[in-house]
Design a protein around this ligand. Structure first.
Ligand SMILES: [Mg+2]
Length: 312
């Protein structure tokens, strides 16, 4: 059973109350706690040694990544992060220096985005380190793009470059918070998600939630240098476009806007964020399914995003 099948078993009929505006199934939960004009965003995320980072990963970067993943989900809702709680589960023989270094990474990123670290919890885990962060953010009521808002005819955009993140970027990325807020302030963002499992898989979340399909343009794919170099270096590596479509942990924003806004968006983006690429990679269609257009025509995109659990 994979991660998404398990979530499908666990999430029906969850307890709820009148605070829950959007529950499980988007990048963050959205809560109405009675703040006039504002919603709260609520997110939790965990990193496990051996799965999300290796023993040789510098602990500062592990701490950075743990918080950055939460903030990336708040960015996907066009929110502003507020504060976070840190839970650590450590083997009995943990080294204080290692844990302090993880905290340095958390603190530095928190300071950069003015996030309060409001407390946490430490506990024991027999054989490996686990770090889990829960974060709160705010967003103006009704200004929060969900996965379910994509419409036929929308242009699909992605920030940055994709693929090959495991060669380094996954430990160093910065959440696209300012970019996301600027987007919703200036354009009609119908749907948005951050890329954690790979473009082909994450786009499917938007398509399923919005009951639409999409066609991607192979030649437009913004393939990262890391993915191109890997393909050149190792004959067993994925072809670069396939890496861009299926590698996980890019933490870029994937979003849709009405196609009439596409040209203006590209122009304004270049002025606002000259150092970050923005690419139109496809279009939303009313026909369900995900296809890709390349030199040889249009074909179904079967390449799946990275799935955390093995199928059994
Ligand atoms: Mg996400």
């Amino acid at each position: 059973m994979n991660e998404f099948d398990l979530i499908g078993l666990l999430t029906p009929n969850l307890a709820t109350n009148k605070s829950v505006v959007v529950g499980a199934g988007d990048d963050c939960a959205v809560l109405d706690v009675g703040i006039p004009g504002q919603w709260l965003l609520f997110k939790t995320d965990a990193l496990v040694a051996g799965i999300h980072f290796t023993e040789v990963a510098p602990p500062e970067k592990i701490g950075h990544k743990a918080l950055a993943r939460c903030l990336s989900d708040i960015a996907a809702m066009a929110g502003t992060p507020l504060s976070a709680l840190v839970t650590l589960a450590l083997p009995r023989d943990f080294q204080a220096e290692y844990v302090q270094a993880m905290y340095r990474g958390i603190k530095a990123l928190a300071a950069r985005f003015e996030v309060g670290i409001a407390g946490g919890e430490t506990t024991t885990n027999p054989d490996r380190v686990l770090i889990s962060i829960a974060a709160l953010g705010t967003v103006e009521q009704g200004k929060c793009p969900l996965r379910s808002g994509a419409e036929a005819g929308d242009a699909i955009f992605v920030t940055g470059e994709l693929g090959g993140s495991l060669h380094g970027k996954h430990l160093e990325f910065l959440p696209r918070l300012a970019e996301a807020r600027w987007l919703v302030d200036h354009f009609t963002v119908h749907a948005m998600i951050d890329l954690s499992d790979g473009l082909a898989g994450d786009l499917r979340h938007i398509l399923n939630a919005s009951h639409v399909g999409a066609e991607l343009f192979s030649k437009s794919m913004p393939v990262s240098r890391a993915a191109k170099l890997a393909a050149r270096r190792e004959s067993s590596a994925k072809p670069p476009v396939r890496a861009a479509l299926t590698d996980g942990e890019d933490f870029e924003l994937l979003f849709t806007v009405p196609s009439r806004e596409a040209v203006n968006l590209l122009d304004e983006w270049k002025k606002q964020f000259p150092d970050l690429r923005l690419t139109c990679i496809g279009k939303i269609s009313s026909q369900p399914g995900l296809t890709i257009r390349d030199e040889t025509g249009v074909k179904p995109l079967t390449a799946d995003g990275y799935v955390h659990f093995q199928k059994s």
